[in-house]
Write a protein that binds this ligand. Structure first.
Ligand SMILES: Cc1cc2nc3c(=O)[nH]c(=O)nc-3n(C[C@H](O)[C@H](O)[C@H](O)COP(=O)(O)OP(=O)(O)OC[C@H]3O[C@@H](n4cnc5c(N)ncnc54)[C@H](O)[C@@H]3O)c2cc1C
Length: 466
């Protein structure tokens, strides 16, 4: 544990995904009591979660700092390069090597791993840190008034603070905002998430290319309203495959679930015109999951009117499915949240800490969500003059022996990445405490002192009169 908090309180965290488990670890590190309520059993989650997740440097450095480097290295690989091709033709456009200098500046690494592997690392760490994680506990209602949650079983649990880490379709968000923000937002495209066994790929001469490249290379296909990403993951001999495609025909229900179990044929039908290696990859893939990609506008209120309930992770700032920063924003939230609550001395501070959390995080998250939306658009830009310019710029870089995101228009993307990844989540919370938190404490203390002085003066004048 890092520095012990002066006042220990109880947190109920709704949702045992990446945000919920990271929040449990971070809060336990400073000494608070934490119970995580997760609707699914571990076995169910292992079945539902069978895709890859990318952890950019801004998150890997937090997890390393929490002592999880060894556990993460066992299940991940470190990516150092990216190869870009055209989705429809397979034309090689160029490569981008993550520059050592930029990576050093960020203080972290790009890690690629299975989503289930990441969840297990976080789950084990949360348990080892002393958090209680209750599986099969589905929350049906929450309230910040005498903070409590009710489960499907009718059981009611009390806490000092309720943290909604229950994903983009969130009971806690609904209770705070008063409506289902996700359902109210139309979807732009579909995201298919699956894996491909490495052994099957190696057996196919057309797919051998992926193994000739260094193990750390990520492959990106840019298409006309379509995009794909494939990368090797740690732990098992498998590739992750992410696909973004237009919605299906009108009238077909594009349900929305990370759970997988879809018919492979459906994913293949959605591929459209694509290069033969991508087609092959989808023929060898495991059953995919399909998730709707939504550009959800920023959610205004993260804290309830009683100042005892808050949303974090995708519940507070849903990202387009498959975003590079999806898991990262969840862990950054957890780090900032726990840093603020490491200064707790009095329950009166709870509400101001929850509001400070939103103040500290909302601009950063809104800007990351916007960047992810732009990156997705950049990757799946509709055919036309803008797309031709994009490809020409990258071809020109390659011809000059440069990185595809190494300069010109495309370098904006790389500058954004540098800005995103150098962010120090915990320092932001420390800065807030030094600039505002302590100031408020001192102001509070001064007003208490003044009140005490006035009471003494009142008493003395009463005594004199008597
Ligand atoms: C099963 C699953 C598999 C995923 N697989 C991938 C993947 O392969 N690649 C990828 O990039 N992203 C994946 N994601 C998304 C990714 O986890 C998120 O984008 C990101 O990490 C932020 O996570 P979060 O914790 O805020 O939300 P989520 O990851 O959505 O976690 C929310 C958690 O809350 C639980 N929950 C929801 N409602 C309730 C309730 N009422 N009571 C109790 N518990 C509740 C959910 O079961 C879930 O475990 C997956 C998400 C899930 C849920």
């Amino acid at each position: 544990m890092s520095g012990k908090v002066e006042l220990t309180i109880k947190f109920l965290v709704v949702g045992g995904g990446i945000a919920g488990l990271a929040c449990a670890i971070a809060l336990r590190r400073v000494g608070h009591r934490v119970v995580v309520l997760e609707q699914y059993s571990d076995a169910d989650i292992s079945k539902m979660s069978h895709g890859g997740i990318r952890l950019p440097p801004n998150v890997s450095k937090i997890l390393f700092h929490w002592g999880l480097e060894h556990a993460l290295r066992k299940v991940s690989i470190t990516s150092t390069a990216m190869e870009v091709e055209i989705y429809e033709t397979g034309e090689f456009i160029g490569t981008h090597q993550w520059e050592e200098e930029v990576l050093r500046e960020t203080g972290g690494e790009f890690l690629f791993l299975h989503h289930v592997g990441l969840r297990k690392v976080l789950y084990d760490a949360a348990i080892a840190a002393g958090a209680e994680v209750r599986a099969g506990a589905t929350v049906v209602s929450v309230s910040g008034d005498g903070p409590h949650v009710t489960l499907t079983t009718g059981e009611t649990l009390l806490a000092d603070v309720i943290v909604g880490a229950d994903g983009r379709s969130s009971v806690v968000q609904h209770a705070i905002v008063g409506k289902d923000v996700l359902s109210a937002t139309p979807y732009q495209c579909l995201f298919y998430n699956t894996t491909v066994p490495g052994a099957l790929m190696r057996a196919d001469p057309q797919l051998a290319h992926f193994f000739k490249q260094p193990v750390e290379t990520m492959f990106v296909w840019m298409g006309n309203n379509r995009a794909a990403v494939a990368y090797r993951m740690g732990g098992k001999d498998e590739f992750a495959l992410h696909l973004w495609v237009p919605p299906r025909q009108k009238g077909l229900s594009d349900d929305d679930c990370w759970g997988g179990g879809l018919d492979l044929k459906e994913m293949r039908r959605q591929l459209g015109e694509c290069e033969p290696r991508l087609l092959k990859l989808t023929q060898l893939a495991a059953t995919p999951a399909r998730v709707q990609v939504k550009m959800v506008p920023p959610i205004e209120d993260w804290v309830d009117a009683h100042g005892r309930m808050v949303i974090i992770g995708e519940a507070a700032h849903p990202l387009p499915a498959g975003s590079l920063q999806g898991g990262a924003m969840a862990v950054e939230d957890a780090a900032v949240f726990a840093k603020l609550f490491s200064h707790l001395r009095d329950k009166d501070q709870i509400s101001s800490f929850l509001h400070a959390f939103q103040d500290l995080r909302e601009d950063r998250c809104a800007s990351v969500v916007h960047t992810e939306q732009c990156n997705l658009y950049f990757q799946m830009m509709p055919a036309g003059p803008q797309q031709e310019q994009r490809d020409q710029d990258m071809r020109a870089k390659t011809a000059q022996g440069e990185n595809v995101f190494g300069g010109g228009e495309a370098s904006e993307q790389w500058d954004q990445l540098r800005e995103l990844c150098c962010y120090e989540a915990e320092d932001e919370a420390d800065d807030w405490w030094v600039k505002w938190g302590l100031l408020r404490e001192r102001a509070k203390q001064r007003s208490l002192d003044m009140e005490a002085e006035m009471n003494i003066a009142r008493l003395s004048s009463l005594r004199l009169r008597a």
